[in-house]
Design a protein around this ligand. Sequence first.
Ligand code: HEM
Ligand SMILES: Nc1nc2c(c(=O)[nH]1)N[C@H]1C(S)=C(S)[C@@H](COP(=O)(O)O)O[C@H]1N2
Ligand SMILES: [Mo]
Length: 413
Amino acid sequence: MHDQRLPSSPGFWRSPLRGPWLTSVLGVVLLAGITLLFVTGLLSYAAYNPDLSSVNDKTPGKGLLGFYLFAWPTSPYWLYRLTQGVHVTLGITLIPVVLAKLWSVVPKLFALPPARSLSHALERISLLLLVGGVLFEFTTGALNIQLDYLFPGSFYPLHFYGAWVFFAAFALHVALRLPAALRNLRHLRSGREREGEELVSPQPDPPTVSRRGALWLVGGASLLLFGTTVGQSLGGAWRRTALLAPHGGADPGSGPGGFQINKTASYAGIDPRETGDEAWRLVVTGRTGAVRLSRADLMRMPLYSVALPIACVEGWSTDDQWWRGVRLRDLAALVGHESDPPDVFVESLQRHGAFRSAALRDNQVADARSLLALYVNGEPLTLDHGHPARVIVPGAPGVMNTKWVARMTFGDL
Ligand code: HEM
Ligand SMILES: Nc1nc2c(c(=O)[nH]1)N[C@H]1C(S)=C(S)[C@@H](COP(=O)(O)O)O[C@H]1N2
Ligand SMILES: [Mo]
């Protein structure tokens, strides 16, 4: 018989909580949660408009996996704040559920023989991808938000390709197990998982907590994570509840520029001498050639005000800030694109770093709320928020809001 000291023996696992009911409840919660996580993740990728320009695309080898890409809309103006807030908050909230699910099936992971038949072997390989995939996706995601670009550049491809592998294994697992999960939930009760059933320990230790109690514990842990995270996307007074939100970052101080700073000017290597009124010129290029504009030239153009948030891929967003500046489509008109403004390629003074340039699509350029901002909240931009000029676009990821803009090239991307 089995040696009960080995994890491959069912008798090794003594928790009286394990059983198909518990596994099925956790599974059904994950079915809803992981599906939403996958969809919002795909949306986050689309929001970068990666098919527009290679600077926007961190996974140029995606091939068919980009089949669903579309022109990211500019309305509602809080679109990315919502989709990415859901993605990051949900991912963090699901961590206890994922761990509980893995715990509930861990005896199966050690079961021997590794494969009884070809189809069983295929299923176990898919489980390896499922378990490996879930650990990989949750770890890379959490590290990226907590540690701020631990994997510079490589996070996006890792998390993107990992998501496809994980979700393919997940979809197969759901196809194989959903019928049983639903049956279990209909016919089993929390307190009565019968001996002899899969996952039920043949020699259980006495219980210290009921199955329902264990579920409350998992739910409580999720709720705690949720409550200490969600404030970073909600803003307002909620921001102070986001104890888990990373990015103490640079202290933005108070006053008009007193909102989250991602990369400071000194971190980005911006030399303040290059941003002064004497030295700084914006070079705008388009159909009719190039124009060079000083900050004073820009201030003589029609200026518009718009309240928009910055919403970062890492899940935090600012409250709506009042930006004031020149419409992108007015800049397009200056260089020969009077009607139907085209795409634009925006470059920063910054010389190194992944986010020093970005391409915006024609629908973003055309939106009357898309500005090259010179002011925020009634004052000139602070250096850390992109002085002398930065882009602000409704509905888009923070990455599109290039700071310290030096060049804008319309058309021909
Ligand atoms: C993060 C996602 C998930 C992971 C990592 C995961 C992992 C696993 C693993 C490793 C097993 C053991 C398989 C075996 O060797 O028999 C299992 C079993 C099972 N899973 Fe999942 N699963 C996930 C999501 C789901 C979902 C969404 C459902 C619901 C549709 C589900 C329902 C089940 C059921 C019913 C079983 C069989 C329990 C039994 O043996 O009685 N799982 N899961
Ligand atoms: N030149 C430049 N612009 C940039 C970045 C950068 O690193 N360099 N970071 C982008 C990212 S990822 C975000 S979220 C926003 C943050 O703007 P803020 O620091 O004013 O909040 O700026 C964007 N613009
Ligand atoms: Mo960002």
